[in-house]
Design a protein around this ligand. Structure first.
Ligand SMILES: NC(=O)c1ccc[n+]([C@@H]2O[C@H](COP(=O)([O-])OP(=O)(O)OC[C@H]3O[C@@H](n4cnc5c(N)ncnc54)[C@H](OP(=O)(O)O)[C@@H]3O)[C@@H](O)[C@H]2O)c1
Length: 304
């Protein structure tokens, strides 16, 4: 029998996520049933320590939607084996993993940026945004983003190749700063943040603009939903394409993504940043920090 140390949801937040929404506990896991695997969190990924699933063997390194736990009993669905020799393990959570796949899908299949166009990316230096911005630039577009502090904005321009990035915490008038940085309007928006930033971007989308709605992190803790943009007829007037997407619907494209983005990484054409926090017990604090922008790039919690 294995004991698992885990962090679980103690209560759903009403408004801001607070520490009492989480509870740390140690539970005894039951014996494995047929088809199940026991995964131990190791570093930033998982190691199969016992398997009754023919697709996984003891010693395999895997990633997937595991619990916030030292050990997870898993039915194997959605787990992915990774080769530890290809890249540092935590890269499989970020620039070679789900966030990067999300960016790749939204840019390639929805935003479709090209030379002569302006592409906008909110949360420009986050795990998803930093890849979205770089892919839009590699496609030839002029790329503008926003981030929550000056250091992040400088990294976006100097390292990730954004043409401009504004600090959404110090800029008061999003419309004015977008008019300045995107004088030709915006042709595609990779939307991570929602709220007032999104409203200002939406109003500046050009004819035949494309909007990949990936997330709305500024709205996740709102107790009351905020109103959307007022002039929805803009969608008709400007013949906009607006598409929400969930990356897990597109796993069939994972191989294509890995070839393309893995190639860019190998060729030194993609930069990435991450924030590593030590210890599972720190996960609630790290999660609350993510909702305030305390992370820079992919937020990884390392488990001993
Ligand atoms: N559709 C999908 O399949 C899919 C998959 C993965 C992620 N997502 C979504 O993609 C978005 C980015 O996720 P991620 O994993 O890459 O997270 P992340 O960008 O690494 O971390 C979140 C960042 O969002 C910014 N932020 C937080 N609150 C904000 C606010 N009120 N206003 C503006 N910015 C705020 C902060 O950066 P700043 O310092 O720049 O403010 C923070 O660092 C999220 O909305 C997430 O839910 C969607």
């Amino acid at each position: 029998m294995t004991d698992a140390f885990q962090i679980v949801l103690a209560k759903r937040p009403a408004g801001d996520v607070t520490a009492d929404c989480f509870r740390a506990e140690t539970v005894a896991l039951p014996a494995l049933a047929d088809g199940e695997v026991l995964v131990r969190s190791r570093g930033s990924v998982g190691e199969v320590v016992e398997s009754k699933n023919p697709r996984y063997a003891k010693g395999d390194t895997v990633i997937g939607m595991l619990n916030w736990a030292s050990h997870t009993l898993h039915d194997g669905k959605g787990l992915r084996k990774i080769d530890p020799a290809v890249a540092p393990l935590q890269a499989h959570l970020g620039v070679l993993g789900m966030p990067s796949f999300t960016a790749w899908y939204g840019i390639k299949h929805i935003c479709k940026p090209k030379a002569g166009e302006t592409a906008f990316v909110s949360a420009a230096t986050g795990a998803v945004g930093q890849v979205a911005g770089q892919l839009a630039r590699l496609a030839g577009a002029r790329v503008v983003g926003c981030a929550g502090d000056d250091e992040k904005c400088q990294w976006a321009v100097r390292e990730a190749g954004y043409d401009a990035c504004f600090n959404h915490k110090t800029e008061r008038d999003y419309g004015a700063v977008l008019d300045k940085l995107c004088p030709q309007g915006i042709d595609s928006d990779f939307e991570n943040v929602g709220g007032k930033i999104f409203h200002a971007v939406f109003a500046r989308l050009n004819n035949f603009g494309r909007l990949a709605f990936c997330g709305a992190i500024s709205e996740y803790q709102d107790a009351e939903p905020i109103a959307g943009p007022s002039k929805m007829f803009t969608i008709v007037q400007r013949r906009l394409t607006i598409q929400g997407f969930i990356v897990s619907d597109h796993v069939a494209l994972m191989g294509e993504f890995a070839t393309e983005v893995g190639g860019l990484l190998k060729a030194g054409k993609l930069k990435s940043r991450e924030t590593v926090i030590d210890g599972l017990a720190a996960a609630p604090q790290a999660f609350m920090g993510l909702l305030k922008g305390e992370n820079f790039g992919k937020l990884v919690v390392k488990v001993a």
